[in-house]
Design a protein around this ligand. Sequence first.
Ligand SMILES: Cc1cc2nc3c(=O)[nH]c(=O)nc-3n(C[C@H](O)[C@H](O)[C@H](O)COP(=O)(O)OP(=O)(O)OC[C@H]3O[C@@H](n4cnc5c(N)ncnc54)[C@H](O)[C@@H]3O)c2cc1C
Length: 506
Amino acid sequence: MYDVVVVGSGGGAMTGAFLAQRAGLSTVVVEKTPLVGGTSAYSGGACWLPGSQVQQRAGISDSTDGARAYLEAVLADPDWTPDQERVEAFLTHSPELVAELEEAGIPFEWLPFSEYYDAPGRVAMGRSIQPTSIKRGDLTPEVAALVRPPVERDRAGEGGRNTLSGGQALIARLLEGFVGAGGTVLTDLPMTGLVLDGDGTDTRVAGVAAMTPEGPVEIRARRGVLIAAGGFEGNAEERASHGVPGDVSWTMAPRGTNTGEPIAAGVAIGAAADYRGVGWFCPGLEQPDGGGSFTLGFRSGLMVDATGNRYANEALPYDRFGRIMAEAAQGSAGRIPSWFVFDSREGGRLPAIAMPEGDPAEHLAAGTWVQADTIGELAERIGVPADALVASVERFNGFCASGVDEDFGRGQDEYDSFFTGGAAPAPCDQAPFYAARFVLSDLGTKGGLVTDSAGRVLREDGSAIAGLYASSNSAASVFGPRYPGPGAPLGSAMVFASLAVRDLLA
Ligand SMILES: Cc1cc2nc3c(=O)[nH]c(=O)nc-3n(C[C@H](O)[C@H](O)[C@H](O)COP(=O)(O)OP(=O)(O)OC[C@H]3O[C@@H](n4cnc5c(N)ncnc54)[C@H](O)[C@@H]3O)c2cc1C
């Protein structure tokens, strides 16, 4: 019997677990896979936690008021109304959480990374923060062995690096603190359902059911259960039933994880769910094995659809680009797959950051990349109209020369030039030319259990289910269909996990 059961082990789960254990609540982390960290361990570790002492130390012009103005503008959506109490709880608690974590020995630093909207309250070069890196040798060996490796190494079946940075550092530091404070981690233990005590209005969640090789077990919780176990990005049926475009093989979540049982378990006991946030999207570089790779920061080159035409500013923040790509799923045919056309100016490598990029030679052998000496020949080889592709490239090159993208405004926003070191996009004019196949990838879904400003899971009638909390991609996102800036998934996951712990302690 524990005080608190935390389901999942991403950034939100581990923040909740660490803070609960540190506050004296005996806490267990129940993790489906052999490793801790999920997609969060793959992440850059950027945390959108505005107005904290870290931004102040860095001397940037961030504040809670500025972030409030920014969110007011960014979250405005004709089809979705933010829960202002949750937004306010996020804003108010972000600096408190950072102060608490730093005080508990988890140091952060400012991470220059442009925010995703040109809106009032935006901070030049961003307001995101990240945990500082940590050496493997500074971790206890058991902890070091449990942290899921970075995505390119994990997918290749390799172990982690000697220096853990970004999401690796976040998970490692929280796990080290949690275990050091006496917390328990149970891996290879998929949660399958919720255990209830009492009946009628006295019903409360008193633990979880989980599956071991020997059969089902119950893990009881005196105070409550926090579900922070990813979304349902790895579940094809759930994706289809909630209208999530993309594909399980293109999601960035570790293979076989995040199939949504924890959300379903909440719904099965009467929780409300809201799927309108849909997902955190991105263009995905298709891999020879059919997977997708989160890609951002295009420095040159152009993306075209099946007609050989551009359809968006390739340098848009990735979720915004992904959502335009996803319109294909609603009838604007021909964007999945898209083809990214680039030249040889970077020696045949993709002029962007793809995680993982893969080996160009393997891409060329598999046909996920195609190479040709002319654009016309390239068009033939990828099956798009040659005259259209030649015209698209010429027009794009003209925009590069004039410095104005008359079609999509690429290069005008601070974010666009963040990855080019301030330079305008380079033309596509150095043979040989390449086309790389792109699909719609995601960093996870973000529809799930409806929660209040304390992270409590709510029923349809707005009443709270006693003993049940949710955060991370298991909860409907406080940001709905928007992705305000780098670190919004982790920042919001951590804040609501921490608020859940406050409620558990109250
Ligand atoms: C390359 C990359 C970079 C990114 N960079 C950033 C960034 O810098 N900042 C940011 O905010 N976001 C970033 N993201 C997105 C972010 O990582 C995810 O959206 C976020 O980490 C999801 O957190 P989560 O806790 O919901 O899920 P996860 O981190 O995936 O954790 C879920 C865990 O729950 C476990 N689980 C699932 N089902 C069960 C079950 N039934 N029982 C027990 N355990 C279960 C899973 O095995 C997994 O370990 C990035 C993503 C990628 C791929």
